[in-house]
Design a protein around this ligand. Structure first.
Ligand SMILES: Nc1nc2c(ncn2[C@@H]2O[C@H](COP(=O)(O)OP(=O)(O)O)[C@@H](O)[C@H]2O)c(=O)[nH]1
Ligand SMILES: [Mg+2]
Length: 447
């Protein structure tokens, strides 16, 4: 029996306690399961308050049962949702009961995979669902939502249509018998292909800009011993994860914290103060600090502002990855006599101790994190998308040069056909099982 004819079930809410927990069922046994479990016949799209009962008629829980009739459901099949109390035990018993009624446990992403198979969504939208669930910033969530609504898919479909039309132009010329001496006007086709390429390049740049959305930017805090690095980490993370001490060389290992800064989830790294030291353990920490700098998206170079310029750690800059943004954080201004400080997006004067200027530091960080102001300028993309988009772009470029070099029409049409298959891979029309498997297996169970 093909696996898609099974009725599947899973707990759809995260594990742990909660007010409500949901068990989902999808497939052609759903109706029977609904009846057996609740004693009622399901009514589509109506919230029915029921007692969920086991086969020996014991009440498992009371809650809401929802029924969606195929094809008007998430998966495109008959779907039931049991909204019970959010206890792992209750949900577990409910799940066992549904399994005993003939369903099997769903694989990760299997509900969404069925939605894809039943043409409720394309592959780009399926990926957007996973990206939405996993999104770690408001911007990422909004951008994933746009893809889920079909904005990315629609641009791809529109572009595919245009490439298809360009191919039709070329194929129409192909239909002339060879012996007829017609001069084929290649201009309309080449103009159309060039326009497609322009639109595609715009999509590629939005997709490249949106590539960062699913990655937590790394913010590395570095500088001399005692400059106040660990204090900055504790301030930004909102709790004391690193030991703050007057003894230089206290932080030896790299301390890593995932925190939410405003709209953004970031990973903060506190590092050992960079200096030459005889202490082997401290030296190992310094080496790690240097390595961490190489992966930084943003480096906060913390400097004790009571010290002179010469003590800024120049050695530190050598190790920072070339693409990283650097913010010089001049700390301990509470100890300085001066009160007029000029802040810029790359240099801020703060006192972690009194919090003065820390709002400016956050603003500077936000500015560097702000990859694009408008969500429309970003497409939440994956490596797979970029590879397919570049493949199509290369295909279109070679068609243009084929046309320019007067290559045969058959060659041009074939190149365009390959571009079309690139679009189909992207939306999942012809995507290989391996790629599909890789996409859906990364979903959580119950989605
Ligand atoms: N007066 C003052 N002291 C600070 C400030 N920030 C940190 N310190 C102190 O400087 C010392 C070193 O701080 P720490 O965060 O451990 O520095 P690290 O070695 O760079 O990690 C500690 O005694 C902190 O209390 C500040 O803004 N003002
Ligand atoms: Mg420290």
């Amino acid at each position: 029996m093909p696996k898609n004819s099974d009725t599947i079930t899973a707990i759809a809410t995260p594990s742990g306690r909660g007010g409500i927990g949901i068990v989902r069922v999808s497939g052609n046994k759903t109706k029977e399961i609904f009846k057996a479990l609740t004693g009622f016949s399901p009514k589509a799209r109506l919230a029915q308050f029921v007692s969920f009962k086991s086969s020996d008629q014991k009440i498992i829980d009371k809650g809401i049962a929802l029924y969606f009739e195929a094809p008007a459901s998430y998966t495109g099949e008959d779907v039931m949702e049991c909204h019970a109390h959010g206890s792992r035990i209750i949900l577990g018993i409910l799940l066992e009961e549904i399994l005993s009624l003939g369903a099997r446990l769903a694989l990760p992403g299997e509900f969404t995979e069925r939605a894809f198979i039943n043409d409720k969504i394309d592959l780009l939208q399926a990926e957007a669902i996973a990206d939405l669930i996993d999104s770690n910033s408001k911007k990422a969530a909004r951008s994933a939502m746009q893809s889920l609504s079909g904005v990315f898919s629609d641009s791809i479909k529109e572009l595919r249509e245009r490439v298809f039309n360009a191919k039709a132009l070329i194929e129409a010329a192909l239909d002339f018998p060879e012996e007829e001496d017609v001069v084929v006007d290649t201009l309309p086709a080449s103009r159309e292909v060039q326009e497609c390429l322009d639109v595609l390049n715009d999509l590629i740049s939005k997709a490249e800009a949106g590539r960062v959305l699913d990655q937590n930017p790394s913010i590395v805090i570095a500088g001399r011993p005692n400059a106040g690095k660990s204090s900055v980490l504790n301030y930004l993370s909102g709790f004391d994860s690193a030991i703050v001490s007057t003894t230089p060389g206290t932080t030896r290992d790299v301390i890593k914290e995932k925190v939410l800064l405003g709209d953004y989830a970031v990973t903060l790294f506190d590092t050992a103060g960079i200096r030459n030291t005889e202490d082997k353990v401290e030296q190992a920490g310094v080496d790690r600090a240097r390595k961490t700098l190489a992966i930084a998206d943003i480096v906060l170079c913390v400097h004790d502002n009571t010290l002179d310029e010469a003590s800024i750690n120049v050695d530190l800059f050598e190790h920072i990855s070339p693409g990283a943004r650097i913010i010089v954080v001049r700390n301990k201004i509470d100890l300085c006599d001066e009160t007029n400080f000029e802040n810029s997006e790359n240099e801020v004067y703060v006192s972690v101790k009194t919090s003065v200027g820390m709002d400016k530091l956050l603003e500077a960080i936000y500015q560097h994190l702000d990859i694009a102001e408008n969500e429309e300028d970003l497409i939440f993309s994956r490596q797979r998308h970029l590879e397919d988009l570049h493949r199509i772009s290369n295909g279109l470029k070679s068609v243009l040069s084929d046309i320019a070099n007067g290559a045969g029409l058959e060659v041009q049409a074939e190149s365009l056909r390959q571009c079309l298959s690139g679009f189909d891979d992207l939306t999942g029309k012809t995507t290989s099982d391996d790629v599909l498997g890789a996409v859906f297996s990364k979903f959580c169970i119950g989605k």
